[in-house]
Design a protein around this ligand. Structure first.
Ligand code: GRF
Length: 268
């Protein structure tokens, strides 16, 4: 890709990963520019970066939607193009024995919030959406509307652990408490599960005897700030392909997995 890619960002907090991506765009390392910063948290420090740099920002208050639904579900109307059964059948955030009412409440409230996100994002066309410390799981409602071509994923996330180990909200804590000798971070495309999408890149650090959760978080974050811009750059260069692979397992079973293939140049 020769053109400058338009990058949208969703954040919930400090936005240090967003800053690393902004810096790489400004230095010319990534041929891209940030076209909006959205958040689920009006106090997200990272929103100030947008304001300072003249990047449009917006906030969708998930909390009030979830509270209203708990108080009076009938007052929370799902979007017009909402298909509960389709979304329930696609999502893999909950497993088969989860309470159906819990799954329904999750899908409805997320779709309401995500429809608002989409309404905001509509004003700022983008090529890639980066989740940079965005602490909300996205439902298939949102993912399908961003990934209009299912073969061309365009939502990226950074996770503070070496996936598939330790998905969820506390990757560094989980890595440390488990007693791992190596930890790391992962950038992946987002799919319908929790931190389960095709892996684009990973970096690892060593965990030593005198490390603490705080010291490994510091090591990990430093790697995150290098890894995320590298992966966004690969996207901007058109070098990320996803391929469906099939494997025969020893027990005679079959496994299929969509994986990322990094190509040398877009013509490969
Ligand atoms: C990072 O560890 C990121 O991986 C996680 O949230 C943390 C904070 O990120 N999901 P940031 O400083 O807001 O970019």
């Amino acid at each position: 890709m020769d053109r400058t890619i338009r990058i949208g960002a969703l954040i919930s907090g400090t936005g240090t990963n967003l800053q690393a991506i902004i810096d790489s765009c400004e230095s010319g390392e990534i041929n891209g520019k940030i076209v909006f910063i959205g958040s689920d948290n009006s106090n997200a420090h990272g929103l100030n970066k947008g304001t300072l740099l003249g990047i449009p920002t917006f906030v969708v208050n998930y909390g009030s939607i979830i509270r209203n639904f708990k108080k009076e579900p009938a007052t929370v109307a799902p979007p017009d193009d909402f298909d509960l059964n389709d979304l329930i059948s696609k999502q893999t955030l909950f497993n088969a024995d989860a309470e159906i009412e819990t799954v329904k409440a999750f899908i409805i409230t997320r779709a309401v919030a995500e429809a608002k996100l989409i309404d905001e994002m509509r004003h700022y066309p983008f090529d890639l959406l980066v989740l940079a410390g965005y602490m909300r799981n996205l439902s298939p409602y949102f993912i399908d509307r961003v990934n209009t071509d299912p073969d061309i994923p365009r939502i990226m996330n950074i996770h503070p652990a070496l996936l598939p180990a330790f998905p969820g909200i506390d990757g560094y804590g989980d890595t440390f408490r488990y007693g791992c000798k190596i930890g790391g971070c992962t950038v992946h495309f987002v799919d319908y599960g929790e931190d389960s999408g095709p892996i684009i890149g990973q970096k690892a650090y060593e965990i030593l005897e005198d490390d603490t959760i705080d010291s490994i978080r510091a090591k990990g974050l430093k790697l995150e700030w290098a890894l995320y811009p590298e992966c966004v750059k690969l996207f901007a260069e058109g070098r990320l392909n996803t391929v469906r692979r099939s494997y025969e397992l020893k027990d005679g079973g079959k496994m299929q997995k969509t994986v990322v293939k990094i190509i040398q140049s877009p013509k490969d």
